[in-house]
Design a protein around this ligand. Structure first.
Ligand code: ASP
Ligand code: MG
Length: 417
């Protein structure tokens, strides 16, 4: 098999751990597999590096931030190459630009445009284990760019796509994708498989295990991705290890557990703003949302009430960090322009979502969700749905309770529920 191994910051967190990563890679290599490794910076390192820049300036040039942050991974790949060499494995480290990882020039959040897999393939065909820095590439002018925090996942999936790897193994500090975060619901259960669509929803609705763009990339290029633990004994049998964790699959086959709801995601980064008493006439939604977009604020959920006596209320949610900005735009621009009554907001809200492809073929899922919340006396402030998810906005203080109530209602603690 040709596989990518991606190791997160915690897995690379110390020299001891880097040696353990090397042992694992060496084991796969010795078993005859072709392995390309994409590690993150040692844990805490990216924060430390960006912190140094912050000590000089709060709004540093993003080009320089990328120049600085990219070095964390450069250290990682060099150390890992040495660790592999000391185990007698031929290995060579590369930065993103050395392997032809081309991105656009959106510093600190660049998107990969192309990867030249030839050099890496030539290496693996010569028995060499290439190690590529996570989270970075080069723009058309030769500037180093980074892919945004958590971007090593995306880099690994992109490399897997470029070399047409059989699987991209994301080794991390959790041993699987769970039905929900086990820190919130101790009865959360690891999933053996999850469909790509469900994983995409979970990642965009708040699950932090994989960077959302890595899932997007996996979908676009049909890369099978497996999330598994880097903390098992490195000498665990390959046959066992290769089937461990959670496989994100494109085939909705018998392998899938036939659950209606597969997982519950939550997101605390929400804030709600409401414009009260706006005239209920054509073009109003546009006139509210347009200035918000112009201020570069992303809108998530939207609710417009049924009009009464010619006016209506309009609410939407934004990222909590942009709450103040959104309130200001509404207060200073939109309210006077539309003659609205008042602007109110609440940044102590969170979004809880149920996700499952089974929702396509089952009715009554939303009703079951709302009943479970009602039974706990949790008020629902907003609702959005799509084909395979239903999300509700609730008071922040009920988040854990809501997640646990829903986990129980949909019997996610039971295998094959
Ligand atoms: N080191 C980078 C970060 O901490 C990229 C990554 O680990 O995925 O965001
Ligand atoms: Mg990560």
């Amino acid at each position: 098999m040709l596989v990518i191994h991606k190791y997160g910051g915690t897995s690379m967190g110390s020299i001891e751990r880097i040696k353990s990563v090397a042992k694992r890679v060496a084991k796969w290599h010795a078993a005859g597999h072709k392995v390309i490794v994409v590690p993150s910076a040692m844990s805490g390192e990216t924060n430390r590096l960006l912190g140094l820049a912050k000590e000089i300036s709060a709004d540093a040039d993003p080009r320089e931030l990328d120049q600085i942050a990219s070095t964390g991974e450069q250290v990682s790949v060099g150390l890992l190459a040495i660790a592999l060499q000391s185990l007698g494995v031929k290995s060579k480290s590369y930065t993103g630009w050395q392997t032809g990882i081309k991105t656009n020039n959106a510093f600190t959040k660049a998107r990969i445009e192309s990867i030249d897999g030839d050099k890496l393939l030539a290496d693996v065909n010569n028995g060499i284990v290439p190690i590529v820095t996570g989270f970075q590439g080069v723009d058309s002018e030769g500037n180093i760019t980074t892919l945004g925090r958590g971007g090593s996942d995306t880099q690994a999936v992109a490399v897997a796509a470029a070399v047409k790897a059989d699987e991209c193994l994301i080794y991390t500090d959790v041993d699987a994708i769970y039905t929900t975060d086990p820190r919130v619901e101790p009865d959360a259960r690891p999933l053996k498989v999850i469909s790509f669509e469900e994983m995409f929803e979970l990642a965009s609705l708040g699950s932090k295990v994989l960077q959302i763009r890595s899932v997007e990339f996996a979908g676009k290029y049909k890369v099978p991705v497996r999330v598994l633990s880097s903390f098992t004994e490195p000498d665990i049998a390959i046959a066992v290890e290769a089937k461990s964790g959670t496989l994100i699959t494109f085939e909705e086959d018998e392998q899938m557990e036939q659950a209606v709801v597969s997982g519950i995601a939550f997101n605390r980064d929400e804030a709600k703003v409401t414009l009260r008493g706006v005239p209920d006439s054509p073009g109003i939604a546009y006139k509210i949302v347009e200035p918000i977009a112009a201020a570069n604020v992303d809108i998530d959920m939207i609710v417009q009430n049924v009009g009464e006596k010619g006016t209506t209320d309009f609410s939407f949610t934004v990222h909590r960090n942009e709450f103040k900005k959104a309130m200001e735009v509404l207060e200073k621009q939109v309210k006077p322009a539309l003659g609205a009554k008042e602007v109110v907001g609440d940044d102590k809200v969170c979004k809880v979502s149920i996700v499952g492809i089974g929702m396509r073929s089952h009715v009554g899922i939303a009703a079951k969700m709302f009943k479970a919340l009602a039974d706990e006396n949790i008020n629902i402030q907003m609702i959005t749905t799509s084909e395979i998810k239903t999300s509700v906005l609730v008071d922040d203080k009920y988040m854990e309770l809501a997640v646990r109530a829903l986990h129980r209602a949909f019997e996610l603690d039971k295998v094959g529920a």
